[in-house]
Design a protein around this ligand. Structure first.
Ligand code: SAM
Length: 507
């Protein structure tokens, strides 16, 4: 149970927190300012409430006055009021005067340890160049945070896509993607990306294709692969999640060469533990250790161009360095999206799975934002792309994405239910599609819808034509004119479906 004065202060904070900024500023703050020091101490919760309420509301002109008031409280005789003012200042929207005021307290007032912690936290958030000038007075963590934020503001960091990477550096590259798509990633790697010249295939495990560089390459070579989700340099494996071991891999000579040669501007990275939660404490420790070993590696969660990912790997963990592209330049034509848009690398896999007969007429009956059609169009050999969807917005979106892709192809889009298509029998050579899965919007009879897709496909496809789609229902096609040619269980982002290819029989 809290002591009575702490409880009273908490309750006071709660009631003040619910007031408007206007009430606080025009009534409570003047009242507080007129009180003697013992009443002010009891009402210190007001300073906290002002910080929080003004972080969410209030006009810029008042905020300036609030910041000046908080700066004056940094010298209050009451330690609690000073600390609350330190915590509140960064919330208001910082100006140089706030940073100066905090530095002044840090340097001249010789604060106690607890107050120093509050000062450091405030400077972590708003510190800039002036803070870096007093590096000797700062904790390594504050120095790291402020260095990262100064670097972020100073120079836009970019990844050098066309910089040659030396193949003598000893590393593997992990091409990661949705489970079940590894085969397609491997096939694409072997057929494109200067086949056989650049990368050697090494291994395939669920969701990952491992390759090694055979000769010099650029990141742009890897960006020519469309079937994988991401690619990352494997920096090595560790047996337990130890900050020391992870920091050692991040600062290994291979990692440093990659970081330094492939980054234009300050080297900023974030740390991610996919499938392992936030790991905030561990992240802080790794970031500080890494900074102590190498002061040009700045941990920065905000728009960092690099991610260090730690992935479970059997009984071990692999530590990977991944360039971060947002938006993904491979799919830059995606100017707009539909709610259940396909995963772009899956659309690329499906387009490859459909093949290329040279003069294909390709239909996507559930075209959504048009990814399957556009990916198929990119592969060439298309006479016409046809898209339909029962959503008028989706049709508009498909059209504009196709236009943004600049693929010179003849295309037509129709608004309506696929069952009522007026496509003539035996007129389409490929159907590539991701139907609704009944996950986000329940479908009363999903099996019926999929059977209707089979029947429509059997009617409009030419003999020998191909249907490629992600099948969400188990029962097999009952239409005898379509023969199952390939089926592969794939992860569609949390649930599995069968990626299937059917060929229309010639009889
Ligand atoms: C999974 S999304 C397709 C995503 C698409 N492949 C993309 O890249 O964005 C399914 C689409 O099917 C459409 N749809 C659902 N039922 C339909 C029907 N009976 N006829 C035509 N379109 C339908 C929805 O409007 C939605 O855009």
């Amino acid at each position: 149970m809290k002591n009575p004065s702490a409880l009273a202060s908490k309750n006071l904070y709660k009631s003040l927190r619910s007031l408007s900024w206007h009430e606080l500023w025009t009534a409570h703050v003047p009242d507080f300012d007129s009180q003697d020091s013992s009443s002010r101490s009891k009402n210190a919760a007001l300073v906290r409430a002002v910080g929080v309420v003004f972080s969410e509301s209030g006009r810029a002109s008042e905020k300036n006055q609030v910041a000046a008031w908080l700066r004056s409280l940094l010298h209050d005789s009451d330690e609690k009021i000073r600390r609350y003012a330190m915590a509140a200042l960064p919330k208001i929207g910082s100006v140089a005067a706030d940073e100066e005021a905090l530095i002044l307290v840090l340097r001249s007032a010789n604060p106690e340890a607890r107050e120093k912690k509050y000062l450091a936290r405030a400077l972590d958030k708003i510190g800039g160049r002036a803070t870096l000038e007093i590096a000797g007075d700062l904790s390594p963590q504050t120095l790291l945070k402020v260095s990262a934020s100064v670097a972020r503001d100073d120079s836009p960091t970019e990844i050098r896509l066309h910089q040659a990477v030396d193949s003598h550096l000893n590393f593997q590259i992990n091409l990661r993607g949705r489970r079940g798509l590894e085969k397609f990633v491997r096939q694409e790697l072997e057929e494109s990306c200067r086949p056989g010249e650049v990368f050697d295939f090494r291994a395939m495990v669920p969701g990952v294709v491992v390759v090694t560089p055979r000769s010099q390459f650029c990141l742009s070579d890897l960006l020519s692969l469309r079937c994988c989700g991401t690619f990352a340099f494997d920096l090595g494996s560790i047996t337990k999640l130890s900050a020391e071991e992870i920091a050692a891999l991040i600062t290994s000579s291979t990692a440093l060469q990659l970081f330094r040669s492939l980054t234009q501007g300050a080297i900023r990275y974030r740390l991610d533990f996919p499938a392992m939660g936030h790991q905030r404490g561990l992240i802080r420790e790794i970031a500080n250790r890494t900074f102590a070993l190498c002061s040009d590696l700045l941990n920065d969660a905000r728009s960092a161009p690099w991610v260090i990912e730690i992935h479970p790997k059997g009984k071990q963990y692999s530590v990977e360095l991944r360039p971060r592209f947002s938006p993904d330049p491979r799919f830059s034509y995606r100017k707009m999206d539909v709610p259940a848009a396909s995963h772009p690398p899956l659309a690329a896999c499906m387009a490859r799975l459909a093949g290329n007969s040279g003069q294909d007429v390709v239909w996507d009956p559930f075209c959504g934002s048009g990814l399957e059609l556009i990916e198929r169009g990119r592969l060439g050999g298309v006479k016409q792309l046809l898209g339909s969807d029962r959503s008028a917005d989706a049709i508009q979106i498909s059209r504009s994405n196709l236009e943004a892709s600049q693929i010179p192809v003849n295309a037509d889009f129709f608004h309506g239910d696929f069952r009522h298509t007026n496509l003539t029998p035996n007129s389409v050579s490929q159907i590539i599609t991701n139907p609704p899965m009944g996950r986000r919007v329940p479908i009363p009879n999903l099996e019926g819808l999929i059977q209707d897709l089979f029947d429509t496909a059997a009617r409009v496809l030419i003999p020998g034509g191909t249907l490629v789609f992600a099948n969400p229902v188990a029962p097999q096609n009952l239409n005898k004119r379509l023969a199952l040619d390939l089926t592969e269980r794939i992860d569609l982002g949390g649930f599995d479906v069968q990626l299937q290819r059917y060929i229309k029989t010639t009889k």
